[in-house]
Design a protein around this ligand. Sequence first.
Ligand SMILES: [Zn+2]
Length: 205
Amino acid sequence: MTTRTRTQLLREEEAREEVSCFNCAKSHKVSRSADSTICPYCSTYIGFGDVEIREQRTSEVRTHGDVLVKKGATLVGGVSCRNLKVYGKVLGRIRCTEQAAFLASSRVLRPVSCGRLLIGKKAKLHFSHPITVEEAEIRGEAHGEFTCLGRFHVGKRGMVYGAVAAKAIVVDAGGCMVGELRIIKEREAIRRFGRTLAEAEGPTS
Ligand SMILES: [Zn+2]
């Protein structure tokens, strides 16, 4: 048995990261160098690796790493990850703890929840479900109903059609917004955020 000094123990503690479980949402600490863990509360496997979808994948992707859906690829199942980049299509529910970037045109038929939403320059996106985000940057075209806890930014070639409720709306010269615009207080945003998040937590199929 090895005896660790107090300093070593402290160092190990610093090198650990909180990870929340996809299944039961409880958090536990994991070493930063680990590439997977098992939830101590419900035994769900949690991977940390990055995933690349090249052609088609039907099973759901769950990782605390980043996911890239390449051009021409289709992810039929849902995805839970940190950052998501979509050049192809995702047909299932989308949950990102950080950014969801849509960089090619598509129709998003299932709920999306993410910290930051990015619509790429030449992308035209139609969202069937209302989306609530902390921050949004629209460089292309976005259709849907958006609630934003922070800044909703429409770039110089950005176009938004639908309804936007945000704490702050910034439209660069050349950008365009058509529809219902509302500036909301944080409290209301959080209430709406809670509601749409609950919708996003619903059953997969
Ligand atoms: Zn769990």
